[in-house]
Write a protein that binds this ligand. Structure first.
Ligand code: NAD
Length: 355
């Protein structure tokens, strides 16, 4: 029996997560394996219930599970809370406590969505990029951090920091992944300016020379990479990068695929793993049945592949999504007309039937 901790969160989180759970139930049926789902609170909803964005029982159950499926957290209602109480702290807390250092974000464009991409069809057709983002280091976690009062004025501080072992383990993740694909890694940094990036480049080169000489490695500054992603996205296969650069570049990559509602992710550590769409809680469309559940459903497929080693059923889900899109069904974010536009739940049901 597989134990799955389900954390729907806020905004569209519960809407898209319920469709991913529907697909996992279908997979459990196909595999003839029992999945045990435990629903947990985190984010704004948890703050409302317990005064904490990441209650102890949620963390405990996540640590005891075989995999975590998360929706999204946050919303304007909680924006003015003190830093420690903000919903987004639940994410950072889960990532740190579960030691999820590697965030894997595939950006694949389905042919049926060629006209939904903001970039011309001949430039994006066939893109299949994976962003490997370091997730527990860098400026989101570095100390000191805060807002301090100095001589009558305030100063905001964040610290970008990386240790050699932190860079080594994420580099291994990217190179190992590249071995299973087209054997090419682009490491993105800002080594012309940042000391963390200078160390990053040095360590990535060292690991490459010593253990992965058969993989093609190149380095790119992040400002150039953000431009190249739009100019010539097909030059990329595996992009290896640090926490904040990966956060930004993967959102940019999502628009190549048509919508942020299409991109899943897996966050992996030595012992635990968590799967979530890359989008946030989308307060502007929450509760209206407008959210695209495909990113969440593909996150469930990644869960089956990475945590439960069920590659075949994961492929089935991917092909089901492809076939529903090929039949012309869309959610509003990827539709250019009003025809065949489905609600979140209808899209989930169509994909389940296609499986
Ligand atoms: P967002 O990703 O929530 O939304 C950006 C835009 O994309 C919005 O217009 C939204 O309607 C659209 N969108 C997002 N997901 C969609 C989907 N599945 N289907 C259709 N359209 C979709 O980013 P934001 O507006 O910057 O942030 C909103 C809240 O989410 C904030 O509180 C932020 O902190 C939080 N957030 C959470 C996560 C997470 O939980 N992992 C990630 C990013 C942002």
């Amino acid at each position: 029996m597989f134990k799955i901790a389900v954390i729907p969160g806020d905004g569209i989180g519960p809407e898209v997560t319920s469709q991913a759970v529907r697909i996992l139930k279908k997979a459990s049926h196909i595999l003839n394996e029992k999945f045990e789902f435990t629903e947990l609170k985190a984010g704004g909803i948890a703050f409302e219930a317990s005064g904490k964005p990441l209650p102890e029982e949620t963390l405990k159950a996540a640590l005891a599970s075989d995999a975590v499926l998360l929706g999204a957290v946050g919303g304007p209602k909680w924006d003015s809370l003190p830093y420690e109480s903000k919903p987004e702290q639940a994410l950072l807390g889960l990532r740190k406590s579960l030691e999820l250092y590697a965030n894997i974000r595939p950006a694949i464009l389905f042919d049926a969505l060629l006209d939904a991409s903001s970039v011309k069809a001949d430039i994006v057709k066939g893109i299949d990029i994976i962003v490997v983002r370091e997730l527990t280091g860098g400026i989101y976690f570095g100390r000191p951090a805060g807002i301090v009062e100095e001589a009558g004025t305030r100063r905001g501080i964040n610290t970008m920091t990386y240790t050699e072992p932190e860079i080594e383990r994420i580099a291994h993740t990217a190179f190992k992944l590249a071995k299973t694909r087209s054997k090419k890694v682009t490491s993105v940094d800002k080594a012309n300016i940042l000391h963390t990036s200078m160390l990053w480049r040095e360590v990535v080169n060292k690991i490459h020379e010593a253990q992965y000489p058969d993989i093609e490695l190149d380095h790119m500054y992040v400002d150039n990479a953000s431009m190249q992603l739009i100019r010539r996205p097909k030059q990329f296969d595996v992009i290896l990068t640090e926490n904040m650069f990966g956060d930004i570049l993967s959102d940019e990559a999502s628009m190549l695929t048509g919508s942020i509602g299409m991109l899943p992710s897996a966050s992996i550590g030595e012992k635990h793993s968590l799967y979530e769409p890359i989008h946030g809680s989308a307060p502007d469309i929450a509760g209206k049945g407008l959210a695209n559940p495909i990113a969440s459903i593909l996150s469930a497929a990644m869960l089956l592949e990475y945590s439960f080693k069920q590659k075949e059923v994961a492929r089935k889900i991917f092909r089901a999504v492809e076939s529903v899109l090929n039949q012309g069904y869309r959610t509003a974010d990827i539709s250019s007309s009003k025809e065949n536009v489905l609600s979140t739940e209808e899209m989930g049901a169509k994909i389940e039937n296609a499986i």
